[in-house]
Write a protein that binds this ligand. Structure first.
Ligand code: PLP
Length: 439
């Protein structure tokens, strides 16, 4: 009977569930997942897989952590809901903790998802400039290949055309510049020179657009979902310098990079920068419950306190800062710290990268790159021309991994032909045996 019930799950899914991105496919039916422990998940037919993607780059402490379930349970019993027009102890404690991880000087605004956190950042940036009398500063500069979310504003900031073109017109005032892609830098230029050039391109855009119209720049510490593009530190540091020079706020999107993914608490901590706003989600709760944060520098927050009219940031969301999510996030951070998972991410990530670098001996692997527990493997048709491999070829590699019990991801932007980067982003808690298995 249970076999029958399980078979019918597939049919009921086909009839009733609209999956994200891909429609139901007979040839490749979706996996119905039942259970997870550590880095491993089990589907409804009992097949086990190592989840080399931590879900969507988010289950940082791995699956099946009873302490997290317990933290949410205790809080739900005690007090299930408080709107964030008021406050509660887990929200206060979590704000203090996240601020400490950021090195101080921030206040914390709660929402539910990474997209939400970015929407909040855009609205704050615009209102901040208005309240400073710079009423024409409304544009946001982002980068091609970046992903910043699926709601209209966050999608506008996203620099991947395929995700956008059927939903136009999106929000006005979002511009894009090219990010550094060090694998494809021009011949005869050092990586550092090329990265400085890319930062200068951004500055030129600010100047040509007229700096008085630019509110903010948004970027990830490294482009994750758009192809694991890791900048030279000079790029990020120059971007901050440029933002300061032109009165533009710097928003760092830590939705994937935050909470240890790159081997530090936050990805931007690899560089000498102090962002004006920092957005985070995913690893904040290891995705056990929804929660996101827009962290805002106190000097920006102060501009929202100076008068009756200015004190209102007219943004509410019902579920933001849910007490159980906050209690769970605190426990999640406690685990990350107790188990030293930021450092482990750096160490194990190095090993993963070094051992996978051997793949470059294959004639279809152009580049293997990574930082902490995120790795990108660029698949090409031809190593000389660096022509991206076809969708079919990349799909075959992903299917082959799955057939061998390993789930990996695919990154990039199809429109530009760069949908050819295999991604790995296993839980930070992965054991040495798990890493051996991946390798
Ligand atoms: N920003 C980045 C860098 C992301 O990778 C994502 C999601 O993958 C988002 C924002 C959007 O987050 P969410 O899916 O929680 O809205």
């Amino acid at each position: 009977e249970s076999v029958k019930k399980k078979q019918s799950l597939v049919e009921r899914d086909r009839q009733n569930v609209w999956h994200h991105i891909s429609p139901y496919s007979e040839k490749n039916p979706p996996m119905i997942v039942e259970e997870g422990i550590g880095s491993w998940i089990t589907d409804h037919q009992g097949n086990r897989y190592l989840d080399g993607m931590s879900g969507l780059y988010c289950v940082n402490v791995g699956y099946g952590r009873e302490e997290l379930a317990q933290a949410a349970y205790e809080q739900l019993k005690k007090m299930a809901y408080v709107p964030m027009t008021q406050s509660h102890e887990p929200a206060i404690e979590l704000a203090e903790k996240v601020n400490e991880l950021l090195g101080g000087d921030y206040v914390i605004f709660y929402s539910n998802s990474g997209s939400d956190a970015n929407e909040v950042a855009f609205k704050m940036a615009r209102q901040y400039h208005q309240q400073n009398g710079e009423t024409t500063r409304h544009k946001v500069i982002s980068r091609y290949r970046a992903y910043h979310g699926s709601s209209m504003g966050a999608l506008s900031a996203t620099g991947q055309a395929l995700r956008k073109y059927k939903y136009e017109p999106l929000s006005a005032g979002f511009l894009h510049v090219a990010p550094p892609d060090n694998y494809r830098k021009p011949e005869g230029m050092s990586i550092e020179e090329y990265n400085i050039q890319r930062a200068r391109d951004m500055e030129e855009t600010i100047i040509w657009e007229q700096e008085e119209t630019i509110a903010a720049v948004i970027m990830e510490p490294l482009i994750t979902g758009g192809g694991v593009l890791i900048p030279h530190p000079v790029y990020v540091e120059k971007v901050q310098e440029i933002c300061k020079r032109h009165g533009v706020l710097l928003i760092i999107d830590e939705v994937i990079c935050g909470f240890g993914r790159t081997g530090k608490a936050f990805g931007h901590q690899h560089y000498q920068v102090k962002p004006d706003l920092v957005t985070m989600a995913k690893g904040l709760t290891s995705a056990y419950l929804p929660l996101s944060i827009t962290a805002v520098r106190k000097d920006i927050y102060d501009a929202f306190k100076d008068s009756e009219e200015n004190s209102h940031f007219r943004h509410v969301n019902t579920f933001g800062g849910n007490p159980a999510s906050c209690a769970l996030a605190l426990k999640n951070i406690e685990i990350l710290e107790k188990e030293n998972l930021f450092d482990r991410s750096a160490e194990v990530g190095d090993r993963l990268l070094n051992e996978l670098a051997e793949l470059q001996n294959l004639d279809f692997v152009g580049d293997v790159r990574g930082l902490g527990m995120i790795v990108g493997i660029e698949i090409v048709e031809d190593k000389q021309t660096k022509k991206p491999a076809s969708k079919e070829r990349v799909g075959k590699l992903i299917a082959a991994c799955k057939n061998n019990g390993l789930i990996i991801g695919k990154n990039g932007d199809t429109v530009a032909g760069y949908n050819n980067i295999l991604a790995l982003s296993p839980p930070l808690s992965s054991t040495d045996d798990d890493i051996d298995f991946i390798i």
